[in-house]
Design a protein around this ligand. Sequence first.
Ligand code: NAD
Length: 553
Amino acid sequence: MSQARPVRAPRGNQLSCQSWQTEAALRMLMNNLDPEVAEKPDDLIVYGGRGRAARNWDAFDAIVRALRELENDETLLVQSGKPVGVLKTHADAPRVLIANSNIVPAWATQENFDQYERDGLMMYGQMTAGSWIYIGTQGILQGTYETLGALAQKHFGGTLKGKFVLTAGLGGMGGAQPLAVTMNEGVALVVEIDRARAQRRLETRYLDELTDNLEDAMTRVEEAKKKGEAKSIGLIGNAAEIFTELVTRGVVPDVVTDQTPAHDPQFYIPDGMNMQDAETMRREDAAGYQRRSMQAMAKHVRAMLAFQKKGAVVFDYGNNLRQRAFDAGVTDAFDYPGFVPAYIRPLFCEGKGPFRWVALSGDPQDIYRTDEAILELFPDDAHLARWIRLARERVAFQGLPARICWLGYGERARAGLKFNELVARGQISAPIVIGRDHLDSGSVASPRRETEAMKDGSDAIADWPLLNALVNAVNGATWVSIHHGGGVGIGYSIHAGQVIVADGTRDAARRIERVLNSDPATGVLRHADAGYAEARDFARANNINVPMLDESR
Ligand code: NAD
């Protein structure tokens, strides 16, 4: 049995695999487990509750061995974090195909998944954990910055200055919240039960201040609000308890949301428990824990509904908290909206979503060079330029240097080809990998999140992410993955990922152009088919061939 150990991706130009395609997969798998990147690297957990990069340490070692040996006309198949085969394919095929946590629909319950996991048959892949393209908290920072920016635009004239945002969860994803609020000039109070997590956000400069005391926290919030100062305060405590206490005190924040791990009731910490109690009960009485957790989530949502009734802008940030509360008897849990229909869908209609890239050299200068390339490519996009400048100033890299920005159909291929050209000319010192989150315009079916409240009622139809994965594989993405349950939990989503390597070759350029066009195009198709005028107009204007465009609703 292999043991847990610190893992860090190799840097520089020396290959330990047969090509940059396989080297990229190897480095990105390892980078997902870098102690600077992963939430619990010893357990192979990258982020999002128990989202893993490999099923166990033996499987990790076997994937590494297989990648080192993989030829350029072979493809490695990975089933829920375990390498299960190497097949002859061809040079333009993906080097790795990944399927994570997929269960036949009628069996796709949390209980069955937990049993399969205990039996060693599966792992939970989350979105970018099991598909090896997690880039630390920066990834979600951009999405959160975009969402809060859109919210500020809709409700507060474009800024959160002088506004109080209450939220919870400082984990791998939730940790982006305080910085995303201050980047939008607001005041954040973030409730987190685990001191170590909160401390980590302070150290990486995502969080400004930390306190154990609610009075103290509220005094700091009020002062910052009055001064119009951008500030984030972490408060050690339980969200269900603190939110309820604030309602009782008559406090009304301007904005309320949440990023505790509600997608997984075994990881949400019920009220009245410390971390140690939670761990013990989870181990000794999982069913009892689940009940306590569901009750706590009901309490948490009741408080959010109370804030909404008093005038706060309340939205769900995609962790399935409303569903848990609804299942625990809160019949009006869905009275507040999810963030996608409220703020993000217009972007999805243009294939716009979380485009990200990583410098395999490990050299931050390579990312700075790509930052400049983005600014040169899109000189008229002030919002994008602001993000790139702020990211450069405020974001500490975790693991291999990386960058993210939201780009749409057309823009992504231009950026990818430009990066490939910079690698070819030696202006970037080693290849760049280009990927994205699965939370993207065409790559996910998730009725409680990305596809909530679709215009034609197609929220739960999962043909779309499967088509997305198929076309990306056919077009030659370097690795392609199909997952179930990421973000919102088992039974609630099907989604797909792709990652492509820009190694400076002409072959890579051809693949990049195909993949980075077809990938966001599936998002435009999905939204055009659902009847969104923005997507239909965009398809027409960009010559995206939609056979029944004029007949679609
Ligand atoms: P995580 O497991 O890394 O972190 C969750 C954090 O919440 C932990 O630090 C934990 O200690 C804390 N926590 C648990 N119960 C709590 C409680 N009752 N009160 C206060 N703190 C509590 O998870 P993550 O990667 O940060 O993701 C959080 C959730 O947000 C997930 O459900 C994820 O799917 C969702 N999410 C949604 C989006 C999106 O769609 N925008 C993006 C990212 C994450």
